[in-house]
Design a protein around this ligand. Structure first.
Ligand SMILES: Cc1ncc(COP(=O)(O)O)c(C=O)c1O
Length: 340
């Protein structure tokens, strides 16, 4: 057996069927809006979320950064959890691309409450303070271990955002994991948020691509920003075809990844060297080793035995289950974990 790569759900390779639809895609120049497959993907994304329009992006980072750009002006302030991807893992893009200050909320597993937000937006508001402009949510949370937000809390945050004239953006890189885990719908989310980014290249198994979804006016602005960021692609239909295939075939099966993550978590809980495992709601397993065991040594030992995982800092180790992780691999992984 080759390496069992559990570093992320981005490590998947397109299946033979996905490659076939990519190879036979009808394409055109998408910068001139004349790629029929990209257009079909964007129309599908807008339709399933019940929103007006959508735009295909090369990456989730670019889609999020474009969203921040269209909702803000330099000097404005956005609110997000202290563990948010938009703040921690997008190269400081909110500051670099949009000149935006990030107000970090001290949430739990990447999720904060409406009350926490209220206390921040209703604080001092005069010429000394930045304009409050945007709230960013991440569902599921990456650093929070694939945790899913409570939808009622998202609704409460929505009403605070609206009564304070704040934009409401969802980093939905793994939104489909949350929808499957909690039996929620795309339309529910489309009704709540101004903009939503989704990633096709994570649990859904496409090689490249994200989509930003919103109203027509915002997507026109996003089109300009995407060009400015260098994200206008030409015959992108080959990639969009993979995205269409992913949306049609790879959503429901995310529950398999979730089941496997839980089984891996159970196995870890019986390992004496594991101190703590975060609750497992979707496809991400975060665990901590007992004092005295060096995380880098553990990762190196696992790698030598054919299992790849990563450290998330602060003693966190992360395993992510995905489309290319089979039951046979899971048995091998559990054997390696038990033998450590
Ligand atoms: C929550 C979240 N948002 C955004 C991104 C960015 O996606 P990309 O790697 O396509 O830029 C990631 C990637 O891991 C992510 O986990």
């Amino acid at each position: 057996m080759g390496k069992i790569n559990l570093i992320s759900d981005t490590v998947t390779k397109p299946s033979a069927e996905m490659l076939e639809v990519m190879m036979s895609a009808e394409v055109g120049d998408d910068v001139f809006k004349s790629d029929p497959t990209v257009n079909a993907l964007q129309e599908k994304a807008a339709r399933i979320f019940g929103m007006e329009d959508a735009l295909f992006f090369p990456s989730g980072t670019m889609a999020n950064q474009a969203a921040i750009k269209i909702h803000t002006q330099p000097g404005d302030r956005m609110f997000c959890d202290k563990w948010a991807h938009v703040y921690n893992y997008e190269g400081g893009g909110a500051a670099f691309n949009s000149g935006v200050t990030s107000c970090l909320i001290d949430g739990d597993r990447g999720m904060f409450t409406a009350d926490q937000l209220t206390s921040l937006v209703t604080g001092r508001n005069d010429i000394h303070t930045p304009f409050n402009r945007l709230v960013c949510i991440e569902n599921t949370t990456n650093k929070g271990g694939g945790a899913c937000w409570d939808f009622d809390e998202l609704k409460k945050i929505h009403s605070i955002a609206k009564s304070n004239e704040l934009g409401y953006h969802l980093d939905g890189a793994r939104l489909f994991n949350a929808l499957v885990a909690k039996n929620e719908t795309t339309k529910q989310y489309g009704e709540l948020f101004d903009t939503i980014s989704i990633c096709l290249s994570k649990g859904l198994g496409a090689p490249v691509g994200s989509i930003l979804i919103g109203n027509k006016k915002d997507m026109e602005k996003a089109l300009r920003v995407r060009k400015l960021f260098g994200g206008g692609m030409r015959q992108a239909g080959y990639l969009a075809a993979a995205g269409l295939y992913a949306l049609e075939n790879n959503v429901e099966r995310l529950s398999d990844d979730h089941k496997r993550a839980k089984i891996v978590g159970d196995a870890l809980s019986s390992c004496s060297y594991v101190r703590k495992i975060e609750p497992i709601e979707t496809n991400i397993v975060i665990f901590y080793l007992e004092e005295g065991i060096n995380t880098n040594d553990f990762i190196a030992k696992m790698e030598a035995n054919g299992v790849l995982m990563i450290s998330m800092g602060e003693g966190k180790l992360r395993i992510v289950t995905h489309l290319d992780f089979t039951d046979v691999m899971m048995e091998e992984l559990i054997k390696e974990l038990k033998e450590y």
